[in-house]
Design a protein around this ligand. Sequence first.
Ligand code: PMP
Length: 360
Amino acid sequence: APSAAAPVPRAVLAGIPAYVPKPPSPPAQGPSHRLFLNENPYPPLPSVREAIAEASARTNYYPTIHPERLLDALARRLDVPSAHLVTGPGSVGIYQQIGQAMLEPGDEVVYAWPSFEAYPIVARMAGAVPVEVPLADGVHDLDAMADAITARTKAVFLCEPNNPTGTAVGAAELTRFLDRVPGDVLVVLDEAYFEFYRSPNAPDGVELHRDRPNLLTLRTFSKAYGLAGLRVGYGVAQPAIAEALRKCSVPCGVGRIAEEAALASLRVEAELFERVERIVAERERTREALLGLGWEVLPSETNFLWLPAGEAAEPVAREWESSGLLVRAFPHSGMRVTIGSPEANDLLIAAAKETAPPAR
Ligand code: PMP
């Protein structure tokens, strides 16, 4: 007879919620707009779809262990040796590699909160201790983060610009912070929204990594390049860190179709960046309109806006959901709204007009 005993998963998993927040539910009738995952509203360009179709004819073959052609193309594009690069199935995939390659039980991981929700999961999964430093007025408090670093700190996760608030600290502040971090602490600079960052003071993590052996910069094809459905992210670091992360990658973790789509996207980058420009213009237009209606909206360097709404966040999000605007509510705190098509943004503005702005 089968034994009554059961295998026990690692104890740390008990403290990690297995669920992701429930996605908003679209109304039964009428169009709806996905504004809750910071996706790009534009479908892939024709040449990218052709590359995807061509690669789909060869999916009986494995891809290479690492996507060598994509690594070469990125090395040329970013002007870095390919030994400085690591790829993964989205940048979340690289975070798992970071956990495996860099974190031991008991290590401390410092990050701001609220920030990207993968951070506490990655830290806890490795048995590390999350050290959360509250944002100050929606912005990274870099002094407090530097002060939170102890002899046990192994890594700092820094989201610039920050998800979910859209805010950024800028190159001067960031560099000052990096200069304060001890050399044996890994700084992960998460630049998922780099291409939407318009301030002249925007940092460039690829440039910063050149003389900083403890810096790992992460970027993704999911946002500006519109390939969220195919899962391609990459990291840039000096060879010792990059090699450690490559060792921990899932073999063949970037599939053939994903690699070809990323390569094709690099070939039409100029056209993709025109779309990014349109999204940025829509972001500014939408923010101005919402401010004009009395809503509080933080300045954003990303493809989404943060509306501090306190207790109103959930009820308002439910109300907008019923009219097809699927936004992300953060309970008791605010709403994160992705910049969508101009029509979707117009609907958002119309909905905000119909709703009394939350009291400040
Ligand atoms: N980092 C940040 C800050 C993000 O907001 C996201 C996506 N929401 C990611 C990383 C993950 O992106 P992907 O895994 O699609 O590359």
